[in-house]
Design a protein around this ligand. Sequence first.
Ligand code: PYC
Length: 425
Amino acid sequence: MSAATRPPRRSGKYSALGLLRKGLRGSDWPRAWRSHDLRSSYDVVIIGGGIHGLATAYYLAANHGIRNVAVLDKGYLGGGGSGRNTAILRSNYLTPEGVRFYDRSLELYQHLAAELNYNVMFSRRGHLTLAHNDSSLRTMAWRAEVNKLQGVDSSVIGPDEVKGLVPYLDTSATTRYPILGALYHPPGGIIRHDAVVWGYARGADSLGVQLHQKTEVTGIDVSGGRVTGVRTSRGTISTGTVVNCTAGWSTLISDMAGVRTPVRTSPLQAAVTEPVKPFLDAVVVSGTLHVYVSQTDRGELVFGASVDPFTSYSMRGSLDFVEGLAGHVLELMPALSKMRLLRQWAGLCDMTPDYSPIMGHTPVEGFLLDVGWGTYGFKAGPVSGETMAETIAEGRPAELIRAFGLDRFERGALVGEKGAAAVGH
Ligand code: PYC
C-alpha cells in the first residue's frame, strides 16, 4: 500500500510537549481523510458532504457493512449548513414524531466523541425558550406535556427560576416584552459543529468510504423509473442508489432526478461577538423576539435570528439583520450593550410547508431524499445518518422517519412542527 492510499493513523497519543512541538512545526499532522480518483461505479452515491451526508456514509459502513460508498460535495466538507449553524442541540419539539426523532439524535450526540474517537466538545447546558405572552406560555405547556409523554425532560418554569438560571436576563415586569416563563429543557446544549463534521468524515474514511470534495453533480441518470448513474464535474458514475443530502440546493438536485419537492430556500443569518469570560450557561431562545443566544467554550456569544423573509441563495449578511438582532438582544440582556460583534454570516435553509424534513424513498427507484432541513438540520445530523443508512440497507423506511416521507404532502398527513421548529418564522 502506498503512502497516498494508506488509511491515516488514527489515535496518535502525544505528550503536552509533543503536542506543542507538533503545533509549532505544523507539518506532520496525520491527514484525517484521503483523496481519491473517482471510481466508475459505487453501490451508493451520497450528494452533499455536510453532516447528513457524512453521517449517512459513516453508518452505512459502520452499521451495515456497506462501504463502496462515495460522498460528493461541490465545495469542501462541512462548508454549507454544517459550518454555518449555531450548533444548538435539543429535542423539545411539538409533535411526538419530532420529539422521538430529535431525542435519538441527542442520544447519539452524547456518545459521539466515544463513537468516533474525536473530541466533539458536546456541552449540555440546558435550553430555555422564553414566553412573553399567554399564547406562548400555552404552547410551552403543550410542548412540555408532549415531551414528557415521550420521556424527554422539559417543563414550564416561572420568571424567578429563569432569572436563577440566567441572571443577566432582564426579567423585570417593566420591559417591553416581559418574560412570563419559559420552557426549560435541561438536556439541550451546544457542540463544536466543525468537529462533528471532521469526526464523521474521518470515521467514514477509515471504514473505506470515499470522500470527494470539489466534485459537482451536473446530472442524475434515470432509466425506466430507476436511478442508473450520476454525472459530475469529474466524470460519470454508475450506481443504483443516490441520496440527496444537500441543503440550499436540494431542489436543484431533486429536479435532476425528476423529483419535485415542496421546498423554498431562504437565508438564515447569525453573528458572533468577541470572547468574554463565561457568564451564560444556558441556551436562550425567544421566539417572539426572533433571537437565540449561547456562549461558546471560547467565550464568544453566538446569536441567530429566524430566516430572512424572502427566498434567496445569497449567503451574505445584511446590516438590517445586525440592527434588528442588536435591538432584540439588548431587550433581553441590556448588560451586553458594550459587546462588539466580530462576524456575521448566513446559511441556506430549505423550508417545507410543515417545518418537518423530507426523508426516505421517492417515486424514482433508488433516489432517496434527506432534505428540507429548514433551521433544524444540524441537530438532526446523527439520527438522519443512522436512519437513512438503515433505510438504504433494509430497503424500507426506518421506523423513526416513517412520518417524514415525501408522500405525506399528497396524503395530507403533515407533521406540523412550526410551533417548535425554530425561533418563530
Ligand atoms: O431549532 O433550535 C433550533 C434552532 C436554533 C437556531 C436555528 N434553529
